[in-house]
Design a protein around this ligand. Structure first.
Ligand SMILES: *Cc1c(COP(=O)(O)O)cnc(C)c1O
Length: 435
């Protein structure tokens, strides 16, 4: 088989995500035959370094032998069983381990990030209703925040390109100023800016706490906003404000969970525990669709009742899928066995040194890093910069997918020193061609 055998068939039958399909008239699809570690291979021997973890999901490389072995073992025992009224070992073990890691002891499952957001929003509202405060129906979120694109999740997302078209379908929510330090005043420190932004949350809650159910945030890094990074102080202040005004704090750790910001979960860096934590993406190592919403005993107890309708009746067919849970367990095993959080520190240090030429590049602005995420803006007059960069990077054997003029690296945690150098050299060459 050749690449070209697949291109037209895919365009005829597959509706590709996050894309204007007509653009593929001039932007060829990349058919992938197989993956191995950091690398993706097409049908004709070309290879691409997956520097964005296949949309932020892959943690330990493609076709990881340990995750593969766990899945093969699970396949011969149980692929899936209804989770209403039934249970199984992988879902129990995963829930216990996630509880131990987050301090949140009750785990509800979904199959993708957006559905985790939906579950958290519904649970928060329902908690208040069960607790005699049905007027708490409103949500607040951060300006430029991203929480998924189903209708409820899109209501708290604030990315115009994804949201504006569907505005008539969405529920109103309030966006408070983002603490992303790219928006700070000249000379204002990220921490001072974060503190100032938290003031706006206080002002909002002072007026609207009685009707507000929850505040949903992406802790430390706003991914879809172009890897906007902010000071952990903001999360501490948000937690205190939510306590003071009796509003839930929902931590959307879908992109930042599982080591991405340098700690297992980003909330740890602020020393806070949210009322709900949404997890997905890296949860299964990038293998299978799975999400989880973790919550507190207090929330759980408000649903525990003789009356059926007080329970959380949300259901979806593949809840707690055994294969996906087993992939998640194998992923957690790797974190433990390889001391990943620790070894990533050395990897990040190496990457920080290796990326110095990018930091120093005359066209690069706001070079920043949190854990295993690096990002910068490129000053360039090139029209359709992100697309042009993407195409030129492919010629350097790099899968990079800028958002607007923001280039970012979000590699799997197995990237070697040689691969880091390869990534930086290819990025510099791509910049040379564009600037
Ligand atoms: C990707 C993402 C989502 C949505 O997850 P999907 O699995 O794509 O629905 C929600 N929140 C954040 C922070 C994300 O990065």
């Amino acid at each position: 088989m050749k690449n070209t055998d697949y291109l037209q068939r895919s365009l005829n039958s597959v509706w590709h995500p996050c894309s204007q399909m007509k653009q593929f008239e001039t932007l060829p699809l990349v058919p992938i035959a197989r993956g191995n570690g950091m690398w993706l291979y097409d049908f004709e021997g070309r290879r691409y370094l997956d520097a964005i973890s296949s949309w932020w999901v892959n943690l330990f490389g493609h076709c990881n032998p340990r995750i593969n072995a766990a899945l093969k073992d699970q396949l011969d025992q149980l692929e899936h069983v209804i989770l209403a009224g039934f249970t199984h070992a992988p879902v129990i073990e995963l829930s216990e381990r996630l509880a131990a890691l987050t301090g949140l002891g009750h785990c509800f499952y979904g199959s993708d990030g957006a559905s985790a957001t939906e579950i958290a929003l519904k649970m928060s509202f329902h908690y208040w209703r069960n607790s005699g405060q049905p007027e708490k129906t409103r949500f607040i979120s951060l300006q430029n925040g991203y929480h998924g694109e189903t209708i409820g999740a899109l209501s708290v997302t604030d990315v115009a390109l994804f949201k504006d078209t569907y505005a008539p379908l969405l529920r109103q929510s309030t966006q408070v100023p983002t603490p992303d330090w790219r928006h700070a005043e000249a000379g204002e420190s990220p921490r001072a800016f974060a503190t100032r932004c938290a003031g706006a949350v206080r002002a909002h809650l002072e007026q609207h706490h009685a009707t507000t159910a929850a505040f949903i945030v992406e802790p430390l890094v706003q991914g879809a906003a172009g890897m906007g990074m902010y000071d952990a102080e903001y999360l501490r202040l948000a937690r205190a404000l939510c306590d003071e005004f009796k509003v839930h704090l929902i931590a959307d750790e879908i992109a930042v969970g599982f080591g991405r910001t340098g700690t297992m979960f980003a909330c740890e860096q602020a020393g806070i525990r949210p009322d709900f934590m949404c997890l997905s993406k890296g949860i299964s190592g990038g293998y299978l669709p799975l999400s989880a919403v973790l919550t507190t005993d207090t929330v759980f107890q408000a649903f525990y009742h003789d009356e059926t309708a007080k329970g959380f009746l949300h259901s979806h067919s593949y809840t707690g899928n055994a294969l996906a849970c087993r992939a998640a367990l194998a992923t957690l095993d790797i974190f433990e066995q390889d001391k990943v959080i620790e070894t990533n520190r050395g990897r990040a240090d190496f990457m920080n040194r290796a990326t110095q030429p990018l930091r120093d590049h005359p066209k690069v602005r706001n070079f920043r890093q949190t854990g295993m995420i690096w990002a910068f803006e490129v000053e360039s007059a090139t029209p359709h910069f992100s697309r042009a960069f993407y195409q030129l990077a492919l010629q350097q054997e790099l899968l990079l997918r800028p958002m607007g003029n923001t280039v970012y690296f979000m590699p799997p945690y197995i990237i070697s020193h040689e691969e880091i150098e390869f990534l930086v050299a290819g990025t510099l060459k791509t910049l040379e061609q564009l600037c």
